[in-house]
Design a binder for this molecule. Structure first.
Ligand SMILES: Cc1cc2nc3c(=O)[nH]c(=O)nc-3n(C[C@H](O)[C@H](O)[C@H](O)COP(=O)(O)OP(=O)(O)OC[C@H]3O[C@@H](n4cnc5c(N)ncnc54)[C@H](O)[C@@H]3O)c2cc1C
Length: 383
């Protein structure tokens, strides 16, 4: 039998970040992931965008706490996460001008520079776009995107450097329960005994809780992107177009990656990650070509999609719940990459006994019942 202080189940970017922060604090960690370091889970397929503006100020705060980590990765974590500060732009229509103006003030309070530009002014920076229907552009100069595979590998490497035991190809089959307390996990080959078990299992989140009385409300959705490359494409920022409901960002040296709206079908957790279904590519490109006309008629050179788990309010569930010894880091809801550094640091602090991390308060499981319930904050048209 193996023993540890904490077992982290799931080595996507969220589990990897938690493991890194735990190990760097001297906590004895075992990380188990059923994948073999390949393209399993959502993380390797993520678009990797790091932006701060959200509909909910709580999400803005988590992302703002994470941005400096992406910016100073080599110093804070070590290695390279591939962060590129391209700048972020949110295109909003007339109805959302006041909301965007408020967001600029909220970002200022968080110490983040942001501006609200009229489209003509922004067009001088990004002349290759069309701006019909855009009333203003919120810009975040420090934001950008990173490489999710490199980010996660760096976190796991550094965790191992601090003594974490990272076990790939190791599926956790069940929790070890004694009375009303979880004491570890069971794999096909062994029991790993630990005082705390962190579930960072995304679309497989609820499975291991079967029989514990904890029902986390998670639904599964497929999300995806496609990319076009070519020297004649315009330079773009990481951009969310809230007027028509798409996003795009630079792809490599001369390409553009853009959102592919999926057809809403999730599928069982084993449904393969991989390229987008071909019939979804043309509608996605037509939509984004309304904003980036040079994309019209172009053939996607790459695409990716994966399952992601969502909570009813589109926010993760972070904290202890159910039997003693269980800590949930579930339901990343389509945005877990940009906030993983702050989530990892706060979760590790709580597990190491530092007391409740205030920035995690809006994400507790209790919000799904009784007094813990909080309103859904969705302030833009599409995001
Ligand atoms: C196409 C796409 C684009 C995205 N774009 C962005 C973006 O631009 N910006 C952003 O912030 N977010 C984005 N996201 C969301 C973000 O990537 C995810 O929220 C994040 O990667 C989730 O990380 P995770 O560690 O929670 O889950 P995952 O990466 O899914 O990892 C969960 C891991 O748990 C393992 N696992 C599950 N069950 C078990 C078990 N029983 N035993 C052992 N291992 C187990 C799996 O093998 C898997 O590796 C995107 C997601 C997708 C799919």
């Amino acid at each position: 039998m193996t023993t540890a202080d904490v077992v982290v189940v799931g080595a996507g970017v969220v589990g990897a970040s938690i493991a890194f922060h735990l190990a760097s604090r001297g906590v004895d960690v075992v990380v188990c992931d059923q994948g073999h370091g390949g393209r399993q889970g959502a993380t390797p397929w993520s678009a990797g965008q790091v932006r701060l503006t959200h509909g909910d100020p709580a999400d803005m705060r988590l992302a703002a706490l994470s941005l400096p980590v992406f910016e100073r990765w080599a110093e804070v974590v070590g290695g390279d996460c591939g962060f590129r500060a391209t700048g972020f732009a949110l295109l909003v229509g007339e109805d959302f001008l006041a909301v965007a103006a408020t967001a600029v003030k909220e970002l200022d309070v968080l110490g983040i520079e942001a501006r609200l530009l009229d489209p003509g002014e922004y067009a001088r920076r990004r002349p290759g776009l069309r701006y019909d229907g855009v009333a203003a552009v919120l810009t975040e100069p420090r934001s950008g995107y990173a490489d999710p595979v490199a980010t996660t590998a760096a976190l796991l490497d550094r965790a191992a450097g601090f003594g974490a035991r990272v076990r790939t190809g190791t599926r956790v089959d069940s929790l070890v329960v004694s009375g009303d307390t979880v004491r570890g996990v069971r794999t096909a080959t062994e029991v790993v005994s630990a005082a705390e078990v962190v579930l960072a299992t995304n679309v497989r989140g609820a499975e291991l809780l079967t029989g514990t009385g904890v029902a986390v409300p998670l639904s599964t959705t497929r999300v995806g992107w496609a990319a076009v490359a070519g020297p004649e494409l315009p330079a773009v920022d990481v951009t969310i177009d809230d007027t028509i409901g798409t996003y795009f960002r630079p792809w490599g040296e001369d390409g553009v990656l853009y959102r592919v709206p999926m057809d809403g079908r999730g599928g069982p957790p084993d449904t393969a990650s991989g390229p987008v279904r071909p019939d979804l590519l043309e509608p996605a490109r037509s939509l984004v070509a309304r904003r980036v006309p040079a994309l019209a008629g172009r053939v996607a050179t790459a695409s990716g999609s994966a399952l992601e788990s969502y909570t009813p309010d589109g926010k993760p569930v972070l904290g202890r719940a159910g039997p003693g010894g269980v800590y949930l880091a579930l339901g990343p809801s389509g945005g877990g990459f940009k906030s993983a550094p702050a989530i990892g640091r706060a979760v590790a602090a709580e597990l190491a006994g530092a007391g409740p991390a205030e920035e995690l308060d809006p994400y507790r499981f209790a919000r799904f019942s009784g007094e813990g319930r909080r309103p859904v904050a969705r302030r833009y048209r599409h995001m």
